[in-house]
Design a protein around this ligand. Structure first.
Ligand code: SAM
Length: 243
């Protein structure tokens, strides 16, 4: 695929995101490890380990992709729990389902191809809704947040794991160099796809920083919104509850 990201009008964002993830699906897990030096695994573990969830709960993992979060959530909800992996992209979903099935994880798993902006689930149907490294790809983030709230049961938690704004001044030039020079090169070398990784770096910069995202969650109707920075704000975890 080839596209000039900067010139793409916002209306085409959905199509662009589709191309990016169809293009990277096969190499997605390898690339995550390479680009983050494996640290994404630690972030995801922490994200799931500290989520508000119990054995037997029903959980929706949005933009679930290749299933990293769902696999970790399985340990928390147990065999009596139910996990729904939702993703807009069929290629990502397929890789995720194959991986789960290869690990013997079949029962209590559902896979739904859906857009986070318009969820095909009834109101009040999940105890926990998660979205990890997904919200920044969604065109209408406010709509996605409202939908997350709608499908959540009263008292349930919504959790967002996403790249955020690095707080330490000294670290920013190093981080920028990594994002805009190293990352596209890694993409070219290992996935033969520099453009997709250029898009990923740019989408991180455009994503609302910590306080802005918290305000968006409040505007969507979430109660008790808060966030926590990991690794100085490279990523942040945002929480909100349905009151
Ligand atoms: N959550 C997984 C993880 O942490 O490894 C996958 C993250 S991946 C960077 C982003 C995922 O968001 C992709 O699988 C993509 O297909 C999905 N996505 C993008 N836009 C979406 C939308 N509007 N609704 C649902 N999923 C979307």
């Amino acid at each position: 695929t080839h596209f000039g990201f900067r010139d793409v009008p916002t209306g085409d964002k959905q199509k662009l995101v589709g191309e990016v993830f169809s293009s990277v699906a096969g190499n997605y897990d390898l690339m995550n490890d390479l680009m983050s030096l494996g640290i994404h695994r630690v972030w995801k573990r922490y994200f799931v380990a500290t989520a508000q969830v119990r054995t037997g709960d029903r959980v929706l993992d949005l933009a679930g992709g290749t299933g990293d979060i769902a696999a970790l959530l399985r340990e928390r909800v147990g065999d009596s729990g139910e996990l729904v992996l939702g993703d807009i992209n069929a290629s990502m979903l397929r890789v995720g389902r194959d991986r789960m099935t290869d690990r013997g994880q079949v029962r209590g798993f559902g896979y739904v191809q859906c857009n986070a902006e318009t969820l095909p689930f009834p109101d009040n149907s999940f105890d926990l809704v998660t979205i990890a490294f997904g919200l920044r790809n969604v065109t209408d983030k406010d709509a996605a947040l409202r939908e997350m709230l709608r499908v959540l049961k009263v008292g349930g938690q919504a959790r967002v794991l996403e790249f955020s704004e690095v707080k330490a001044d000294w670290f920013r030039p190093i981080y920028d160099f990594h994002s805009f020079k190293v990352l596209p090169r890694l993409g070219k070398l290992f996935a033969r796809d520099a453009d997709s990784y250029q898009y990923l770096a740019e989408s991180i910069r455009k994503h609302p920083p910590q306080d802005a995202l918290k305000a968006m969650m409040e505007a969507a109707g979430f109660a008790r919104c808060r966030y926590r920075n990991l690794n100085g704000g490279i990523v942040a975890i945002h929480d909100g509850y349905k009151a």
